[in-house]
Design a protein. Structure first.
Length: 232
């Protein structure tokens, strides 16, 4: 299949996904995956790698604001939790990236489908059953998670730059990754600024349904081949 190189389309997808994620407090990675496969024509393996980089861009842009909200000296009180999450994230990212290179497109697509449908059901449940958020690891939880996720993503990306990897293609960075990441950052800001004017519960239900529908349409029929390549 021919992969479109449209920076405007990538930016628009990022902005829409980022806005949706900002409205409900998510990063938007779960919504980017179906768009990367259906609209931007990446195979599932490539979409995961591109999505990781876009998530890293969004996370890096959000970190200064998270750090301002939670003073860094307070994070020291939760150092054991930080180190534990870092170790777990880095290990999982390294193992997962290696496994991703060996798994078939069909199996990967099925696993992504299960994950996205599960997330969609969680969103719908949160919209139907209103519940107060519960903090599990103290006041520094958000920054802890951000730092751990950043390190985990950073370690896992190191295994997505092998010979022939999609992340080694300059046009992919110019036409997709950078516009997608910048659009996602802008959308996240817009979502955060407008969240007070949008009915959050109804939005979660709607986005949950959209996520399940899009994931089912994209990932239930993928080729069996191990290394499905896009034609350019």
């Amino acid at each position: 299949m021919t992969r479109p190189r449209r920076p405007g389309l990538s930016f628009g997808i990022g902005a829409l996904v980022g806005t949706a994620g900002g409205l409900i407090g998510l990063g938007g990675a779960e919504f980017r995956l179906p768009a990367l496969v259906r609209l931007l024509r990446f195979n599932a393996r490539e979409a995961v790698a591109v999505n990781l980089v876009a998530s890293f861009i969004v996370l890096a842009a959000a970190f200064p604001f998270r750090a301002a909200a939670v003073p860094l000296n307070e994070i020291g009180l939760h150092l054991p939790a930080v180190l534990g999450m870092l170790a777990g994230s880095m290990t999982a990212a390294w193992i997962g990236a290696g496994w991703l290179r060996r798994v078939s497109e069909r199996l990967l697509g099925r696993l992504i489908l299960i994950l996205l449908v599960g997330l969609g059901l969680v969103l719908i449940a949160e919209g139907v059953f209103v519940a107060e958020p519960t903090r599990l690891v103290g006041e520094g939880a958000m920054v802890t998670i951000a730092v751990a996720a950043a390190c985990g993503i950073g370690i896992g990306l190191t295994r997505h730059f092998g010979t022939g990897a999609v992340l080694r293609e300059g046009p992919v960075w110019r036409a997709t990754i950078l516009p997608l990441g910048l659009g996602s950052v802008l959308g996240a800001v817009i979502g955060a600024l407008t969240v007070a004017y949008v009915p959050a519960q109804a939005l979660k239900i709607g986005l949950g349904i959209i996520l399940i529908w899009s994931a089912w349409g994209v990932f239930r029929h993928l080729p069996q081949g191990h290394d499905a390549k896009s034609t350019r």
